[in-house]
Design a protein around this ligand. Structure first.
Ligand code: AHR
Length: 645
């Protein structure tokens, strides 16, 4: 009896210690500056993120340039692929329809990217380039189809034997998730067609050649500080010929030459032979989007090495000049005056003002001496012409190991401005590595965590992964003097056409699902602060003891103190948070607390329940300069309070 009483007492003492913690924020010393663009996004055309995703074009293979020219299309009647006397020299294929006046008709259907999404009462801008071979007027019927029913219809009249653009607007009478479009030549005779295109009229900012509004809204709501594009592995190419060449992605969309998308065959178990890059979403659109989002553009260019996972192909160092020119010309495209060679291209596309590019990354996940010796001439050329541009080198594909250990000292020697680190690791790794940057050299290049994501065993975007990322990110914030930029990866995935997961934002043809990982990024990006504040428990940084993690910062512009707390354990923990050295009082004696939490670590957001896991807001009262947070298990908190002088 006596013995069991002692045990109960010990248990009570233990649980009291476990349950009650004190964190102290020192507001008397304003610490390192936090980069305003610290948290951002990384866009790559993977998982049908561009064509079939962010890029709002609804027609697949609109220019008949896929290796199999009818992919995406079902021709009926007499339809042939041609390339003589084409409309567009860099996309020379087109179709010739020969309607003989028989009852079956001549035309084509297109199924879009996993079907075409139509919304009831929304309108769609349809267009094609056409010529009537004998010049006489020919009538086309354009139909929106759902389940073999016509849900929208318009006519287009084509006349004249020269290539011309024809357009009409079609209204959808019903909603369809996986519709298709049908074009029927109704008049007997021959007509050539090319670049058959259809966009929702309502795109982001209602631009023609626009982006999907709901997907850009999801990006906008994140408040990203930086926007890395266009990849990833796709900038390298599996062969040098198929690398991303930005110059092919600007100018009139109709004449941007098609490229393969390496993610069509990278994973044999996720094989998408119909995955190509039209470059309709090209570098001009990327810069414009960065501008719209208020994010710093951060382009990545090939360094003359094809993807080292897939190939040993490389350009000899002495032959790199065209690649170096591409990098230098890109800076001119972004920032040069409207009368410079590449600034003029930008101006002609509609943006005479510069895009104020500050960063350029040379190479993606490269490794070995071959990378270092190629990076040097790029750096020399860029620094000579644009000394103000920050150059980003890479630490290879992994956050540790031989390549990493070789590259970091080399990057220091070369004095790159930032080093791009990538880590796709388990949630446990993220939890165990929150102190990763506490011991980094303060005098070397800065860190750009350019691709990272917690990969649970299920590879789902679940709460456990999101909470582990939030915990790890307290270490990014605490070390903001070393870590200057961080972008989760990948960004987008189509539910019916993904190759890689987890991903930050999922979508189908009509709907968007923001993941718990999205909300973690959003909570950080909306609460960046301007300077780090010290937060400790018993004099130590808070980075994993009892599953707790914390960081703190001040926003000198708004006089707000922001405390980020992660409880990665399953238990509720009561934390007394004490603010020392405050110069002023806490407005309304209140703290705004945002919380992302679930009792179920495996919980996810789905198409059926997109708001299953979302942040919630409450206020808690302060007592003098203290407040108490009852931190639920598997939870990420942002506590924000305003200081009045
Ligand atoms: O984000 C997906 C891929 O992961 C990127 O293309 C590449 O850089 C990394 O290996």
């Amino acid at each position: 009896m006596k013995y069991s009483g002692v045990i109960i007492l010990l248990i009570l003492v233990h649980s009291a210690l476990w349950a009650q913690k004190t964190f102290t924020v020192d507001a008397s010393k304003v610490g390192s500056e936090i980069q305003p663009d610290m948290y951002g996004v990384f866009f790559e055309d993977i998982n049908f993120g561009a064509d079939g995703g962010l890029y709002a074009e609804l027609i697949k293979n609109r220019s008949f340039e896929f290796d199999q020219p009818f992919v995406g299309w079902t021709p009926f009647g007499d339809v042939k692929v041609m390339d003589e006397d084409p409309c567009f020299d860099r996309n020379p294929h087109y179709v010739r329809l020969n309607e003989k006046g028989l009852r079956r008709g001549t035309g084509l259907e297109n199924v879009g990217f996993t079907g075409i999404g139509f919304k009831q009462n929304n309108t769609y801008r349809f267009s094609f380039y056409a010529r009537s071979l004998d010049g006489a007027e020919k009538k086309f019927r354009i139909e929106l189809i759902s389940d073999n029913n016509t849900i929208g219809k318009e006519n287009l009249l084509v006349s004249g034997s020269d290539w011309k653009k024809y357009e009409c607007t079609v209204k959808a009478g019903e909603t369809a998730l996986k519709g298709k479009i049908r074009l029927v030549l109704e008049t007997a005779g021959e007509v050539d067609l090319d670049h058959i295109s259809m966009f929702p009229t309502e795109t982001w900012k209602n631009r023609e050649n626009g982006l999907r509004k709901d997907l850009v809204e999801a990006l906008y709501d994140l408040n990203p500080g930086v926007f890395r594009f266009p990849g990833g592995c796709i900038i390298e190419g599996n062969t040098l010929e198929t690398r991303y060449q930005w110059k092919n992605s600007v100018g009139p969309v109709e004449n941007r030459p098609l490229n393969e998308n390496r993610w069509n065959y990278t994973f044999k178990h996720r094989f998408f032979p119909d995955y190509y890059q039209t470059y309709g979403l090209g570098f001009y659109e990327f810069f414009l989007l960065s501008d719209d989002l208020g994010a710093e553009p951060l382009p990545v260019v090939s360094c003359g090495l094809a993807c080292q996972y897939e190939s040993t192909e490389c350009v000899a160092v002495g032959d790199l000049q065209p690649y170096i020119d591409d990098a230098v010309d890109l800076i001119e495209f972004a920032n040069g005056p409207a009368d410079s060679k590449w600034g003029k291209v930008r101006a002609e596309m509609g943006h005479p003002e510069p895009f104020h590019l500050k960063y350029i990354a040379i190479g993606n996940e490269q490794w070995g001496e071959g990378y270092v010796e190629r990076l040097i001439p790029f750096m020399e050329a860029i620094q000579k012409k644009y000394p103000e541009i920050k150059i980003i080198g890479t630490a290879g594909p992994a956050p540790d190991g031989e390549n990493f250990d070789y590259l970091w000292p080399k990057m220091k020697e070369l004095k790159v401005d930032l080093v791009d680190e990538h880590y796709y690791r388990s949630p446990e790794w993220f939890l165990e590595n929150a102190e990763r940057y506490d011991s980094y050299d303060r005098n070397g290049p800065k860190v750009f965590a350019g691709e990272y994501a917690a990969h649970p065993r299920s590879r789902d975007n679940n709460v456990a992964g999101a909470i582990a990322e939030a915990a790890f990110m307290t270490g990014l914030e605490r070390n903001a003097d070393v870590v200057h930029l961080a972008t989760y990866a990948p960004l987008f995935a189509h539910f019916d056409a993904w190759q890689w997961k987890p991903d930050m934002i999922w979508f189908d043809n009509l709907n968007v699902v923001r993941t718990p990982n999205y909300y973690v990024q959003q909570m950080y990006a909306q609460n960046v602060g301007t300077n780090v504040l010290s937060i400790t428990s018993g004099g130590d940084i808070i980075s994993g003891k009892d599953g707790l993690y914390a960081s703190s910062c001040i926003d000198a512009n708004t006089s707000e103190i922001i405390v980020k707390v992660v409880n990665a354990s399953a238990e509720i923990q009561t934390i007394d948070i004490s603010l020392r050295g405050l110069k002023g009082t806490i407005q309304d004696n209140q703290v705004l607390v945002s919380c992302l939490h679930s009792n179920v670590p495996e919980a996810v957001n789905t198409l059926e329940a997109p708001n299953n896991i979302i942040p919630t807001n409450t206020f808690i009262n302060t007592n003098k300069n203290n407040f108490q947070l009852k931190a639920l298990g598997n939870a990420f908190y942002i506590c924000k309070l305003k200081i009045q002088p």
